[in-house]
Ligand binder design. Structure first.
Ligand code: B4P
Length: 196
């Protein structure tokens, strides 16, 4: 049963490997198109920062580069979306779904997605970006060992999500090796091709 409170929500999933530029491009989309940006990673880090028992458990999992439980992420997203519905109905759901079941549960219990924006980047580029960010980010997962684990998690668990939505013709794949503004030119073409 879908969530009646989210019946009019328009959802764009934003996926890609760790460091593929999801967060960076979402910030630019918000600036130009005024969507509500919900990053599953940011929501989880906020929970960790609150110092709650639940946050401590989440931090251990993120430190290992693994996926936290589906119920935890879905609950955070649902709460955040319901709160924002009064301001906007257009949502960028960034970093989600990271496994097939996440996509299914979201669409069964919340609302269907309009499309999936996929940033395609080589492992080498993603690793370099994250190591660079790790110099100043203070994030528990921006180190060489965890980055390797996160890339494995992406290839094993998130790639099937992209295949699933590709088969439904819902994926816009963007080659995201270049500079931030060049990539955004491609993103705009997709955003302008839809009615939001
Ligand atoms: P996330 O927070 O989603 O982290 P991420 O994959 O690193 O993406 P991020 O948005 O940070 O990277 P971006 O490409 O913007 O997830 C962290 C962890 O949380 C996961 O490993 C997992 O444990 C957990 N988690 C999150 N969602 C979950 C879910 N749905 N289910 C279960 N667990 C979940 O930026 C990377 C860097 O590259 C930045 O420094 C940026 O400045 C730079 N950059 C971006 N674009 C660039 C470009 N074009 N050129 C050069 N540099 C660029």
């Amino acid at each position: 049963e879908k969530d009646p409170k989210l019946k009019d929500a328009k959802v764009l999933f934003v996926v890609g490997g760790p460091g593929s530029g999801k967060g960076t491009q979402c910030a630019k989309i918000v600036e130009k198109y005024g969507f509500c940006h919900l990053s599953s990673g940011d929501l989880l880090r906020e929970e960790v920062a609150s110092g709650s028992e639940r946050g401590k458990k989440l931090n251990e999992i993120m430190e290992k580069g693994e996926l936290v439980s589906l119920d935890d992420v879905l609950g955070l997203l649902r709460d955040a979306m319901e709160k924002k519905m009064a301001d906007t109905k257009c949502f960028l759901i960034d970093g989600y779904p990271r496994e097939l079941e996440q996509g299914k549960r979201f669409e069964d219990e919340l609302v269907d997605c309009i499309g999936v924006l996929y940033f395609d980047v080589s492992d080498e580029t993603m690793t370099n970006r994250l190591l660079e960010r790790g110099k100043t980010s203070g994030r528990v997962d921006d180190n060489e060992e965890t980055i390797k684990k996160r890339l494995d998690t992406f290839h094993n668990q998130t790639k099937p999500v992209i295949e699933h939505y590709s088969a439904k013709d819902k994926v816009c794949k963007i080659t995201a090796e270049g500079g931030v503004d060049d990539i955004f030119e491609e993103v705009k073409k997709y955003m302008d091709s839809k009615t939001w």
